[in-house]
Design a protein around this ligand. Sequence first.
Ligand code: ADP
Ligand code: MG
Length: 682
Amino acid sequence: MAKLTDPVTILKGVGPTRAKQFANLNIFTLGDLICHFPRGYEDRTQLLPIEKLEVDVPACFRAMVMNTPRTSHIRKGLDITKVQVADHTARLNLTFFNNRFVTEQLQYGREYIFYGAVSGDFIGYNMTNPTFEALDSQPVTTRRVLPIYPLTAGLSNAALLKAVRQALELCDPPAEIIPEPVRQKYGILPAERAYRAIHEPQSMAEAEMAKKRLIFEEFFVFSAGLSLMRASRAGKKTESYVNLDLAPFEAALPFTLTGAQSRAIGDILTDLRRGVPMNRLVQGDVGSGKTMVAAAAAYIAAKNGRQAALMAPTEILAEQHYGSLARLFEPMGITVALLTGSMKPSEKKRVREAIAAGQVDLAVGTHALLSDATRFQNLGLVITDEQHRFGVGQRAKLSAKGSDPHLLVMSATPIPRTLALLMYGDLEVSILDELPPGRESVDTFLVGESYRPRINAFIRKHVAEGHQCFVVCPAVEENEELDIKAATVWAETLQRTVFPELRIALIHGQMKGSEKEAVMASFARGEADVLVATTVIEVGVDVPNATLMVIEDADRFGLSQLHQLRGRVGRGRAKSYCIMTSHSKNQETLLRLKALCRTTDGFKIAEEDLKLRGPGDFFGSRQSGLPTFRVANLSCDLRTLQDAQAASAEWIDAEGTADTPEAIALRERIGELFTRAEGTMN
Ligand code: ADP
Ligand code: MG
């Protein structure tokens, strides 16, 4: 018996070449192979009469070979074999290219099962390169539900299936982690059956059941892990803060806090005085004023003699926070320092020393703040901005710094409430559902290509008024198959032929981190008029002077993503606009985009997005801050997720610390998932 951790090379037929192909798919062990799930299935269980075959729809049928296959040599490298088959309803001509085995395998007068798609032409129906099997053979490519796997160059679906089958013969699938009563209650297949059925289902229905079980399992592990994290933190003690007077802080602000900001800060004060580490998420749409909520928390920490750390996902965002917070805090005698990766080593050293000596009240930085070299004298509060860039694993690592500091995470990703519950199961949530007063919403329009001259004129007008523009493209480079705007090409076109007089800059995800930061910073300083970008600017710096965003081929983006992008403008005093272009003729797509023109409520948009696309997309996109889920990425229904969460909560209450085989296996899996989460994020 082999183990799940054994390397794939112990399988027959898996040598160094194959192993390399597997490695491309992140498959190293038998366990990885068994967890390499199909991305879909082809139902080849039904046999159709030839007469019922539809053009271009692949199907199975049983037919007799009506003549001896004949091969003609057309030219070097091209042999064509023709044969006619028939059933009681019709005849069909088959054509095979360069397949010299056909002549040996297909025998006149015998019946076979074929799978293929007919193509119609003026001479009649024909079928090219069908697969076929003898009636008495073991079904491999016909008469079954065929799993279709994510593949890599050189590795065929059949080869992969064969390897998976071997692996499942050699070792048991991952251990059961869901207790029997839970499985019964939620109608979940046992592990053993699900892991086998996902690869070799007897029917499409069984494939669905297997998928449901595996999605359930994945979320069960994830939510149980979050629950355990929460339970362990809830059991910890920390000093309660007693100085909770915010009046001087509020007096120093150039504006009055919004109701939502006050409520969130109220939640935080309650947390801070409880004597248990805070674990709170502040979620608010772009521009809702999360920074001030964070600042209030940092202020209270400082007033209670504790240091605070504020982590941002990019250097430039860190610098921006540093600038505004230093301006606010220094006059109150609260020291703010900046620590980022690109600072000179000597400078970093100096800042780290000051932090270690307790001379810094609030340290603002990137993940340099997380490195072991940074030691705090008495870290009381950790704040992460734009939380979705930080994974669960990092959340855990953060709180391990200092003695259980309070944790405040801030996120602008408008995640639907239903999903937020799931993703942030270990956090309490405060929502900023109100924008500061006087903020004008970004007027959004959806237009077709005929508006191009007007768009160009609009860009010119904004620049002439001293403002800046973003132009967002769905791709970095040109792609022959897809007729969509590529940032690199479009930037050049704009510069050369449309706006030779304007300063056009380019930023995209394939650039190095430092390059991106440099471009962003230069744009923020006003050194370019138009920034052509991909979605990398989704989370970014405040450029209040940018008042126009053009989103090309908007139908290529998700609604939430469009909303997030749009949040890059409308951050200053001037009226801002967002223009989306689309070639799409699909009414549904256009309606979806038009919805965005009407509403500016990120949560509503997110719910809409969720309804339209299903949760798979939320989990699929790396921005979610979640570990990469294996099955859930495919497609899943919300119901299964919610069930899994409810089940894991019940389980934690009932036997979270028990030593049943399921409980032990589950805790192991939680450990693995969270370690993986740490590895894949950032
Ligand atoms: P986000 O939630 O996107 O992080 P910010 O914290 O960056 O939002 O705030 C956006 C802008 O709104 C900033 O320029 C900030 O100074 C301003 N702001 C924040 N709170 C208020 C308020 N209560 N009244 C007026 N302006 C505010
Ligand atoms: Mg912010």
